[in-house]
Design a protein around this ligand. Structure first.
Ligand SMILES: Cc1ncc(COP(=O)(O)O)c(C=O)c1O
Length: 446
């Protein structure tokens, strides 16, 4: 049985593609296994973007399905908003304390990445209230940053085409600064000089706003939606130092980068930095059931008395959902058993190196860069001395890769790859071949 077209057309989300290139009926995904998905019409494709950089352990893992089934029968739901708790949630919170760096030890669960960031900003606000510094409320973020699709996260969104409609209700003083983008901004200088320049701008912005009014800086270690912008290693250390100097909290948005994606459990580890709060989602369950969290350091959580009767940050109905937490535990067990963090590191290097080699000599491949299994090719206009290739041309790569058997994510001027972390060397080479052939074809057409 296939899904009728008139049913698909009731799905509003489906209509938000910015470049529709196949009929609705061609785009119904029916089943999946490992790094492969099949459409309802039977086309087999390599999932070069793990859904939305979500399915870290790969599709069709029976262990997670069984953990979900077992927990659903035992206890499908009970709230944690009224002093109750449940075993999977407690075990997962303990596990996260052991996996995350430093003293990131206390977890407040939510459902989506957006909500994780809402919680992180709310916890930061309550921290300052508890410290008697009630003026501190602003959150500084980065141009090109994306933190979710709620009103609060639109206030820190660095992608104006998404957030502009809500500008009229945006809080004032939520300044945006620029993260180091070596390929575009390094110029003739060094990465270190670029980091210093951007660090000065960040510090100046906080000073301009008044540090006594600034609650936190929020930063994605890799600015994913903004174009897989990878600040040089060393940048986060500078951000941490500025936050410490000016008494501002650091929130790391690890919604995409967390759980092995960059070849470390968490991307802040590349810089040996411990943020005050870490927002996570996606890879925590590999998307088998939605779950997210804001994880706080023991130092930060310490300002809230254990015996308080006052509510501070209000959790929501599905916080610490037992089935989602059971799925996460099974997911993390697979990641450890199959050494997927190490695999992401090795396969990421293979993918970036392979793609760089395969695209050598093309006029439109400006740079291939990667951190673990976040790998991209930044495309340039061969007729316009390194300017970004127009997005409607780049978008053609989605279709070209699809025709060759791969799902990729071509947006703006950047073709992005984030396959499941269980990808094998042979599958990496297949992906390189399909992507490189697509880019070469576009190169010839221009
Ligand atoms: C870095 C980052 N933060 C937050 C979000 C929002 O997560 P969600 O879509 O689950 O609300 C995303 C989504 O892609 C993201 O990439």
């Amino acid at each position: 049985m296939t899904t009728p077209a008139d049913a698909i057309r009731h799905l509003w989300t489906h209509k938000t593609q910015d470049h529709p290139w196949l009929s609705d009926e061609e785009l119904v995904i029916d089943r999946a296994e490992g790094v492969w998905v099949w459409t309802e019409r039977g086309k087999k494709l390599m999932d070069g973007f793990a859904g939305l950089a979500v399915v870290n352990v790969g599709h069709g893992r029976r262990e997670i399905a069984e953990a979900i089934a077992e927990q659903t029968v035992r206890l499908a739901y009970y709230p944690t908003t009224r002093q109750f708790s449940n075993r999977p949630a407690a075990e997962l919170a303990k596990k996260l304390a052991s996996l995350t760096p430093g003293d990131l030890d206390l977890t407040m669960f939510a459902v989506s990445g957006s909500e994780a960031n809402e919680r992180s900003m709310q916890i930061a606000r309550h921290y300052w209230l508890a410290k008697g510094k009630g003026e501190k409320h602003k959150v500084i973020s980065f141009h090109g940053g994306y933190h979710g699709a709620t009103m609060g996260t639109y206030a820190i969104c660095g992608l104006p085409h998404l957030s502009a409609p809500y500008d009229v209700i945006k809080p004032t003083g939520f300044a945006k600064v620029t993260a180091p983008y070596p390929y575009r901004d390094r110029g003739t200088g060094s990465d270190e000089e670029l980091v210093e320049r951007r660090a000065r701008e960040l510090r100046d912005a906080i000073v301009r706003e008044g540090p006594e009014t600034v609650s936190a800086v929020i930063q994605e270690p890799v600015l994913s939606s903004g174009g897989f912008i990878m600040p040089p290693i060393g940048w986060l250390k500078r951000v941490r130092a500025i936050c410490d100097e000016l008494e501002v909290l650091l929130i790391a948005d690890e919604v995409i980068t967390g759980f092995g994606r960059t070849g470390r459990w968490f991307a802040v580890e590349h810089d040996a930095v411990v943020p005050d709060l870490m927002s996570v989602a996606k890879g925590i369950t590999s998307g088998y059931v939605p779950l997210s969290a804001s994880i706080a350091t023991r130092r930060l959580a310490g300002v809230f008395a254990d015996d308080t009767k006052d509510e501070n940050v209000h959790p929501n109905t599905y916080a610490a959902h037992p089935v989602a937490c059971a799925a996460a535990l099974a997911n993390l067990q697979i990641m450890e058993k199959d050494h997927l963090v190490e695999n992401a590191d090795a396969m990421g290097t293979r993918l970036a190196t392979g793609l760089r080699e395969a695209l050598r000599g093309t006029r439109i491949a400006g740079e291939v860069r990667g951190r673990g299994l976040l790998v991209c090719a930044e495309l340039v206009d061969p007729k316009d001395s390194g300017q970004p290739l127009p997005k409607d041309l780049v978008a053609k790569l989605d279709r070209k890769a699809w025709d060759r058997g791969a799902i990729v994510y071509a947006r703006g001027s950047v073709l992005r790859l984030a396959p499941p972390l269980c990808i094998t060397p042979q599958e990496v080479d297949q992906l390189v071949d399909m992507v490189a052939a697509s880019v070469r074809e576009l190169d010839r057409e221009i």
